[in-house]
Design a protein around this ligand. Structure first.
Ligand SMILES: CC(C)(COP(=O)(O)OP(=O)(O)OC[C@H]1O[C@@H](n2cnc3c(N)ncnc32)[C@H](O)[C@@H]1OP(=O)(O)O)[C@@H](O)C(=O)NCCC(=O)NCCS
Length: 312
């Protein structure tokens, strides 16, 4: 291990491509990253915005890295805020606890400010280093939950909503946007162009199954390994819980696990009653510059409704 004098951060260096990058993230996360995943998460342009990659070098060795992708968050007053999201932040196991992630996060904020962003978002399970790094830098934490199946669902056979295969059309995001205007007004990730929504929610690195559920709900399920990930759900709020129950029950019938992410405060207790487990986390929002801090602090009081698939 060399001292910290040889530590530097490179922005979009040439040479670290999907083959090397996927291998690096596999070593950091301890779960397999394919080249297709690396390209989708780290190198996919979004609208006219190219993502950035930050690579932290100790001497000549890559020891940590992260991606920065650029999105819009729309608050209930109608403002579309230009934000960035830090993705796939990883430090090699033998190099942890040296402040590398914190350095990457500071550099992400600086890069985001250069690109005119209000805040850096990060998705973190509570009580993890990455969440604590955000907190140390003064980020606002918006409560969220990582919801998953563990053991058998309650009342799975009583799940009554009908599920059938569907075809995604451009009307899906438009109809969901209409639902968002009802009370309570919510803050959401905003996709002004249906093509951007499709690239985020439908054209994902693993197969995506579009479904109609009950009389009003539509869902997109990404089949990742042995898990059905509910990436997007829209419909009448009164049918939402029953739709989640139906999707989780279908996963169970297929011998698969179920996963979804939620920032809706009412979801946690409801899904626990179904027999799902909800692990607490935070949607972290770090002001990219001091002048944006008052705006970002106000976001804590808003009702956020992020889709799992917004989370990258
Ligand atoms: C999460 C992760 C990126 C953190 O990387 P890291 O480089 O170890 O992070 P840091 O060194 O900045 O911070 C880690 C801890 O070391 C501590 N630390 C930093 N510098 C230190 C120093 N000089 N001496 C002692 N402790 C130090 C930090 O305070 C922090 O402590 P905490 O966990 O109690 O808050 C890393 O664990 C990882 O790659 N995990 C797997 C991938 C993952 O989960 N990524 C999530 C982000 S998307």
């Amino acid at each position: 291990m060399s001292g910290d004098r040889g530590v530097r951060i490179l922005v979009n260096p040439k040479g670290l491509d999907a083959d090397v990058g996927a291998d690096f993230l596999t070593r950091c996360f301890g779960t397999p990253w394919s080249e297709a995943m690396y390209r989708w998460y780290m190198q996919r342009p979004f609208g006219s915005e190219a993502p950035d990659r930050l690579v932290l070098m100790d001497g000549e060795r890559v020891v940590a890295c992260c991606g920065i992708v650029y999105r819009l968050a729309r608050t209930p007053d109608g403002t579309a805020h230009r934000i960035s999201v830090i993705v796939a932040g990883g430090t090699l196991p033998g190099e942890r606890g040296r402040g590398f992630f914190e350095r990457l996060l500071r550099a992400t904020a600086a890069r985001s400010a250069q690109r005119g962003r209000t805040a850096v978002f990060g998705f973190a399970v509570a009580d993890k280093s990455s969440a604590r790094c955000f907190q140390r830098l003064g980020a606002t934490g918006i409560a969220s939950a990582y919801i998953a199946s563990r053991g058998l669902l309650r009342d799975a056979p009583q799940s009554t909503l009908r599920i059938c295969r569907a075809t995604v059309t451009a009307r899906w995001p438009a109809r969901a946007a209409a639902h968002q205007h009802g009370p309570p007004p919510q803050a959401v990730f905003h996709y002004p162009d249906p093509g951007e929504w499709t690239s985020q929610m439908v054209d994902r690195p693993h197969p995506v199954e579009p479904l109609r559920i009950g009389s009003t709900c539509r869902a997109l399920i990404e089949c990742v390994g042995d898990t059905d990930r509910l990436q997007w759900l829209d419909g009448d709020p009164r049918e939402r819980l029953a739709a989640i129950h139906a999707i989780a029950a279908q996963a169970q019938r297929r011998g698969r696990h179920f996963f979804m992410y939620s920032t809706r405060r009412d979801d946690v207790e409801s899904v626990r009653r179904l027999g799902l487990v909800a692990r607490p986390g935070y949607l972290m929002a770090l002001a990219a510059e001091a002048r944006h801090e008052p705006t970002v602090r106000r976001w804590e009081a808003l009702a956020w409704d992020l889709q799992s698939g917004d989370r990258m």
